[in-house]
Structure formats: C-alpha cells, structure tokens
Design a protein around this ligand. Structure first.
Ligand SMILES: Cc1ncc(COP(=O)(O)O)c(C=O)c1O
Length: 438
C-alpha cells in the first residue's frame, strides 16, 4: 500500500481538513490574507450603485423539456467518490495559472441513457479520462456543447457564482438545437456547487484569478448515423485560471477584421455555444497572431457588420447624431452568442442612465466615419473569460485604425469592469447576480 506523506495530507482539500488548516492551505494563491482595512478600501473604491439592478436585459427563452426526455435527475441523489490522498494534485501558484492548463481533483458526471429511463444519478468522481466507443456521435458529428462559468473567491472569503441560471438556460437551448437531452439547470447548479465545495481550495485566493467551470454535454451513442442522441454524458471539470489572453502593455487588444471570414450566419447556430462553432475560428486566430494582432473581429454581410470579437461580444461607445453618448451592441438576431456579460452590461448601463443604451447593427464604414469625426470613444469586448477587454486597434482592408478607448479620462469600460468584478468578488454585497456557495 502506498504511504501518504505529511505534505500530501496538507494538500487534501476535503472539508474537515480545510476547516482545521485553513490558513496553511492557501497553495493556489499568491496573496496573503487581506486585512480588514484592505477589505474596506476595496469596498470603498468600488462603484456601488444604490438602485436595484434589473435582473435581465433580455430574459432567456424558457426551457420546455420534450416529454420523451423522461424524468430529470436531482441533486439530492448525488453520489460522491472522493480521490484517494495519493491522487490529489499539487495546486499551482496563482501567478502561473494561464488558462485551462490545470485541473482540480474531481469532476461531476451525469449519464443519460434513454433505454434506462433517461437521466441517471449524478456522481462526483476523481478527475479521470473518459472511455467511449469509437463510433460515439461526439467524435464524428461534433455532437458537443459546453458552457463557460467561473467561481470567484470574494474579499470576504466566500465563493460566488455569477448568474449561473443564465448559463444553464443557454446550455439547454444549445442541447435542444443539438438533439441532446435537456436537463434541470437548477439541479445541475446544485450538483456543481457541491463539486466546487469539495474542490474549494482550488478557488484562487486572489482577485487576479478564479476557478473556471466547464460544464459539457456530449452525445455518446455507439452508432454511426446523424440522429439525436439516446445516450449522452453531462459532465463538469474545473480549472483555476488567470488571464485568458495577453493584451499589450496598455491592457488593450488589437484586432484583425477580414471580411472574407465569417463566424455565423442567419438560421445557423452562432447563438448557441456548441464546440463546432469554435474549431473553424482557430486558423483565422492563427492568421491574426501572425500579423501581430491579438484577436479576430468577426464581420458579417456585404456591409461588414461587427458581430463579435474573438470569443467575446462587442460594444461601442460613441457620440451620436444628437450629441448624446450612446453605448451600442449588436442585437440578439441569431448571429451572436447571447453573452451573460453582455446582458449584465446592458442592464447596468440602463440602470445607470448616464448614456443611451442601444442594441442595433453597426458596420465597419460607420466605425471609420465616427473615428474620422472624432465621435468614437470606446470599443470593447465582453465575456466571462476576461470580463471587459478594451480594443485599441483594428486592422481592416490593409489599413490600421486606432481606437481611442484607452485615451478616455473616465472610460466606461473600466467602470463596467469594476462593477462586474465588484459583484463577482463580493465587494458589492448581496447582489442578486452573485450566488454564494456554502
Ligand atoms: C462566441 C462567444 N461570444 C461571446 C461570449 C461571451 O459570453 P459570456 O459573457 O456569457 O461569457 C463567449 C464566451 O462564452 C463566446 O464564446
């Protein structure tokens, strides 16, 4: 039998040990415990708005489960098989996390088998490889979808999720579009909360990092044939993450906008988060990198509409014809992913009432015209991975266009970013978008 060293025991993050050794287990951290004064300073610097926040800018579509999906699974049936002490991985330093390189010790799985009555009991297991038949639908027809969420360790030590109901709703809409079984999002969030609670010492103790949550749903029927899935696996893995991509020294990103590429089209699945939307973007991203540009600006149509930037939604702040400041983002017309950060920014912007907020199409010729007239103020991307990412340059039809996002005295993107991270890290207390995990 393998012996367990003292070092390994200290790396065990299961609940009892955590409570006893809480101060010693900050291995996934580069930050010492905060003093009460630091907490207060952080809180004071945050943009706390006294008004109620509207829950949604656009409420998600309601999920109606097909009758033949069968009964739903329940979090109360969750089984837990913990990793043995010798299986536990050392936690990386928060300075060296990157994105998606390190995984926690456990994962969550729920199988669906129509011939066994549908959804089976959920189970937490040690992180392990998946075994499947080589004919599994996921391997042939990309019957796969996923979500991207985060757990944040707040300044008060509590772990929070951000609007997880929105991710579950989007995931179910994608499942329906993919011929995969839908599930009860609330029950799945409860299962994920337990997983995070078990692996809680992997949630970085710093605001520069968080725990990325990757719920995934795949078709695993062992049959070739383009058809809906009678067998599926819903699973979640977790990884502590730092920044998603590198910005330049100013903190802003530059973009390649090449109209010969498009990410989505009317009637397609650009508004669904399926893996098959992402593979075709990799080569274009490589082309951008070769040109020294950090991200791709996805255009659509003969008028070169701006749709998304990399894996983010896009926003433009400008002075409109009436001389008012206006924040614009493309509408949810099927070409863009209904981002949860996007929805939150629209809701905050409307709540603040400091500028007009509009969902409408806008094009590269309009961006260039606004730039020429000195009326373009800010362009930024938004998403779970980076929250808000300012844009300072677009390379379009062999020309560079410099965007003055970083030149604004009090940039709106910064206020939005501070407010969202304030909610996520618990500086803005008891916000309805922040869901605390016990
Ligand atoms: C294509 C695309 N657009 C936008 C987003 C932003 O969505 P969210 O704010 O929900 O992270 C993402 C990230 O999930 C994405 O992959």
């Amino acid at each position: 039998m393998a012996t367990v060293s003292t070092k390994q025991v200290f790396r065990i993050q299961h609940r009892l040990l955590r409570k006893v050794f809480q101060q010693h287990l900050r291995l996934c951290s580069n930050q010492s415990l905060r003093t009460k004064q630091q907490l207060q300073d952080d809180y004071d610097n945050c943009y706390v708005e006294p008004q109620e926040t509207a829950q949604f800018a656009t409420p998600p579509e309601k999920i109606v489960h097909d009758q033949d999906v069968g009964p739903q699974f329940s979090a109360k049936d969750l089984g837990v098989r913990l990793a043995a002490p010798g299986q536990l991985q050392p936690k990386p330093d928060a300075d060296d996390l990157g994105f998606g390189k390190h995984f926690t010790d456990h994962m969550l799985k729920v199988f669906y088998h129509k011939n066994l009555g549908g959804w089976q009991k959920p189970e937490i297991t040690p992180l392990e490889n998946l075994v499947m038949h080589p004919a599994a639908k996921v391997l042939h027809y990309a019957v796969e979808l996923f979500e991207g969420m985060k757990a944040y360790r707040g300044v008060d030590g509590k772990i929070r999720l951000f609007r997880p109901d929105m991710n579950m709703s989007r995931m179910n809409l994608t499942a329906r579009r993919s011929g995969l079984p839908t599930f009860d999002g609330r029950e799945y969030v409860n299962c994920m909360a337990r997983l995070i609670s078990i692996d809680q010492e992997w949630v970085p103790h710093t605001e520069a990092a968080s725990l990325y949550i990757r719920p995934t749903l795949i078709g695993i029927d062992p049959t070739l044939g383009v058809a809906s899935s009678d067998s599926a696996l819903l699973y979640t893995i977790l990884c502590p993450v730092g920044t998603y991509f590198k910005a330049d020294t100013s903190g802003a990103v530059s973009l390649l906008a090449d109209p010969k590429y498009t990410r989505a089209w009317p009637g397609g699945v650009g508004n669904r988060k399926m893996g098959s939307n992402y593979a075709p973007t990799i080569n274009v991203q490589k082309e951008a990198s070769k040109k020294g540009l950090q991200q791709v600006l996805w255009l659509y149509g003969d008028d070169h509409q701006l749709t998304e930037v990399g894996t983010m939604n896009i926003f433009m702040l400008h002075v409109n014809e009436q001389g008012e400041k206006e924040l614009v983002t493309p509408p949810l017309d099927g070409l863009i992913l209904p981002g949860i950060t996007r929805d939150s920014i629209l809701a905050l912007g409307r709540q603040w009432g400091q500028f007009k907020v509009t969902e409408r199409k806008f094009t590269m010729p309009e961006v260039i015209q606004l730039l020429e007239k000195g009326r373009l103020l800010e362009l930024f991307g938004t998403g779970t991975a980076c929250v808000v990412s300012p844009i300072n340059r677009i390379h379009y039809l062999d020309q560079d266009y410099y965007i003055p996002t970083m030149d604004q005295e009090k940039p709106v993107f910064q206020k939005l970013c501070d407010t969202l991270t304030g909610i996520q890290y618990g500086k803005i207390k008891d916000h309805p978008w922040a869901v605390t995990i016990d």
